[in-house]
Design a binder for this molecule. Structure first.
Ligand SMILES: Cc1cc2nc3c(=O)[nH]c(=O)nc-3n(C[C@H](O)[C@H](O)[C@H](O)COP(=O)(O)OP(=O)(O)OC[C@H]3O[C@@H](n4cnc5c(N)ncnc54)[C@H](O)[C@@H]3O)c2cc1C
Ligand code: FES
Length: 260
């Protein structure tokens, strides 16, 4: 798949809740190629910070030629991005990685924390395929602030779990699945490692195909440096090691193929 480096024009940036930002960038070549579950590398303007920051595509608008990124301020790079305003430019490279492999089977879309954003385009893509709302069940886990929840509601039924119980079920996404007696044939998920580990175990117990989007610290972002490997269940036929590169072989994997 073609990758593009674009000097994107910032169309808008809003703060969704403390520390979480919603950035829309005009990047027509990337928008034309991208699919759900893929990410872009976003560059700092400060030459001292050479490595770009990987951020998932929350929405892709091919007609408008825009991509939307929703991210949490974690450190230097994301803090700089949070100060971008309409009319500014920012260098982006992508689309990167392997996104979600979609099927028409009854789905559970499961997101946790800052893993929620890439699942919005995933829910939209399932809806565009003609899947009925009742077959798109969306389970979102948050600490407290339920950002993007309302936007998910246009594509399916949304079930919430919060750590403090302020919205939905008090507990984890697994608690929300059990409390609402949900079942599905396929899971699309993104979130913190403990959540993905629990979903891998849950899907194995229930015999459900489960796709997980993994996060690792990255350097090149295109599969060349091996900075981002995770452990795989099978040996790689080429190098004979139990490794997969999150940036190129993933970030989306079938949970059965990796060790979480
Ligand atoms: C494929 C992929 C998709 C991602 N999508 C999103 C997204 O949609 N929204 C979002 O908010 N974040 C996302 N991230 C995480 C994001 O890339 C990091 O938060 C960001 O690179 C931090 O850069 P920084 O310069 O702000 O922080 P730094 O100053 O570089 O680091 C600040 C802190 O964050 C930690 N950190 C940095 N990078 C990562 C990482 N990759 N994983 C875990 N901890 C990290 C550091 O260890 C440190 O403690 C994604 C990461 C990957 C690999
Ligand atoms: S970041 Fe270089 S191989 Fe993945």
């Amino acid at each position: 798949m073609a990758k593009f480096q674009e000097m994107g024009e910032v169309i808008s940036q809003v703060c969704l809740c403390p520390g979480i930002f919603d950035l829309t960038i005009k990047a027509p070549q990337i928008a034309a190629e991208a699919g759900c579950g893929q990410f872009v590398a976003v560059y700092s303007k400060d030459a001292a910070h050479l490595l770009p920051r990987p951020i998932s595509l929350c929405r892709i608008n091919r007609q408008a030629g825009t991509i939307r990124l929703v991210y949490r301020v974690a450190g230097y790079g994301t803090d700089e991005f949070s100060r971008l305003a309409a009319g500014d430019s920012v260098r982006v490279f992508g689309p990167l990685g392997t996104g979600f492999f979609l099927s028409d089977k009854k789905a559970m879309i499961i997101g946790g924390g800052i893993g929620v954003p890439p699942l919005l385009e995933t829910a939209a893509a399932l809806s565009r395929r003609g899947m009925r709302r009742e077959n798109i069940q969306i389970v979102l886990g948050y600490r407290n602030e339920c950002f993007l929840k309302d936007e998910f509601e246009q594509f399916g039924t949304v079930y919430i779990a919060t750590e403090d119980g302020s919205t939905g079920v008090k507990g984890t996404v697994i608690d929300a699945i059990n409390a609402n007696r949900l079942s599905a044939d396929v899971i699309y998920s993104c979130g913190p490692a403990p959540m993905l580990r629990a979903l891998k175990a849950y899907s194995e117990e229930k015999g459900i195909t489960c796709y997980v989007s993994m996060e690792q610290r990255m350097a090149c972002g295109i599969g060349a440096c091996l900075a981002c490997v995770c452990n795989s269940t099978e040996k790689d036929g080429h190098s004979q090691v139990n490794n997969k590169r999150v940036c190129a072989d993933g970030p989306v994997f079938n949970a059965k193929d990796i060790v979480i």
